[in-house]
Design a protein around this ligand. Structure first.
Ligand SMILES: NC(=O)c1ccc[n+]([C@@H]2O[C@H](COP(=O)([O-])OP(=O)(O)OC[C@H]3O[C@@H](n4cnc5c(N)ncnc54)[C@H](O)[C@@H]3O)[C@@H](O)[C@H]2O)c1
Length: 345
């Protein structure tokens, strides 16, 4: 096996530590250093995940440690500035979603990475879940025929802490809506032309719910909902076309299909997909939870792809450009919500 790549981590909260755990499953990483403004969190990550050195800022870590690649998993408004520092230092970057708060800032990051010839992968997890892979396979087999509509959403309960604050990029559109938007773009694979949105805000000024349509080239229309008003969590995608429909829910192991194009699925069929996204249980401290563990295997697959992209000098499965395309739509959703008018892209 090739030599291990030296990794750094910026942002040692819940996700930074889960990602480190997932990265360790690849057995291809050397855990060199981690940084957090909160030094205690950095120390916890070092102790739990094996990072050798700890720092109180991204800048200190980048100028004092030899690294090949860095994971950025900070709060949302810090993702882009930290990511930019990483690529400008010439390191490959795995950055959590939404990568930036605007498409322009996302593009600056992508351009800087291109100039330094380093890889950028954005942490959109859904393509790595077994159920969503099954959905992709059914679409590739022609289950829905000519694509007509996509209905999708991500709904959760009230969001507190930095996730409730506009200056930190809080709100469900950035936090979970970007996951579903990435997936919709990946299903439709056409140019988005127009967005129309209804957006309501919390008293603090972050989005409470966003209900919006995205019209794509050729007349495919997606209708998407994000909200923080649900007592629980619900995420789904329905893909419909001339030959039938396919549906997957985030938390369910079942994929639903009905298709006149595939004889086995002429009748409505529920396919149970073995949950390969469940990872081994490893203690990560107070923030560890069953839900967190559930995706460790999927995150490990993200990293396997990121590492392969670096070694093979190819694009990762989810690129910085993909991240920018998502942000072009979130920009338009917020603008349409403010003005009450559709936004042409
Ligand atoms: N892909 C997924 O399924 C998934 C799941 C959960 C969270 N996330 C993403 O992970 C990221 C982090 O979320 P979290 O739940 O771990 O948040 P968190 O609040 O638990 O942790 C964020 C950490 O970043 C640190 N930080 C803030 N600014 C910093 C800076 N400038 N330099 C260094 N450290 C800084 C904070 O001190 C904190 O420790 C977010 O982008 C979130 O959307 C992704």
């Amino acid at each position: 096996m090739d030599e291990k790549l030296r990794f750094g981590l910026i942002g040692c909260g819940g996700q930074g530590r889960y990602l480190s755990e997932a990265l360790s499953l690849t057995k291809q990483a050397d855990f060199a250093a981690c940084a957090d403004l909160d030094l205690e969190r950095a120390a916890t990550a070092a102790q739990q995940c094996g990072y050798r050195e700890t720092f109180g800022s991204a800048a200190e870590m980048l100028s004092n440690t030899d690294l090949d690649a860095v994971i950025v998993a900070t709060i949302h408004d810090q993702l882009q500035p930290c990511g930019l520092a990483v690529v400008e230092a010439g390191k490959h970057l795995f950055i959590e979603k939404p990568m930036a708060l605007t498409a322009a800032d996302g593009q600056r990051l992508v351009d800087a990475a291109r100039a330094k010839n380093v890889k950028v992968m954005v942490g959109y997890t859904l393509p790595f879940l077994s159920t969503r892979r099954k959905l992709r396979q059914l679409l590739d087999e022609g289950a829905v025929g000519e694509l007509a509509h996509v209905f999708a959403g991500q709904l959760i309960g009230g969001m507190g802490g930095w996730l409730g604050q506009p200056e930190h990029g809080g709100g469900p559109l950035f936090y979970i809506g970007t996951h579903v938007l990435y997936q919709v773009l990946d299903v439709v694979r056409r140019k988005a032309e127009r967005v129309y949105a209804e957006v309501t805000l919390t008293d603090a000024g972050v989005d409470r719910e966003c209900l919006f349509t995205v019209r794509f080239e050729g007349g495919v229309v997606a209708q998407i909902a994000t909200s923080q008003r649900l007592g629980g969590r619900y995420g789904w995608i329905d893909v419909l076309g001339s030959a039938g429909r396919v549906r997957s829910e985030w938390e369910s192991p079942d994929v639903f299909v009905q298709s006149t194009a595939i004889p086995a699925y002429r009748q409505e069929t529920l396919i149970r997909v073995p949950d390969e996204s469940v990872g081994p249980k490893v203690a990560l401290g107070d923030k560890a939870s069953v839900t967190g563990f559930k995706y460790v295997r999927a995150w490990a697959e993200e990293f396997a792809d990121f590492l392969a992209a670096i070694r093979e000098d190819r694009d990762p499965a989810v690129t910085g450009e993909d991240g920018v395309r998502v942000l072009e739509i979130t920009d338009a959703v917020f603008e349409s919500g403010r003005t009450g008018l559709p936004v042409a892209l």
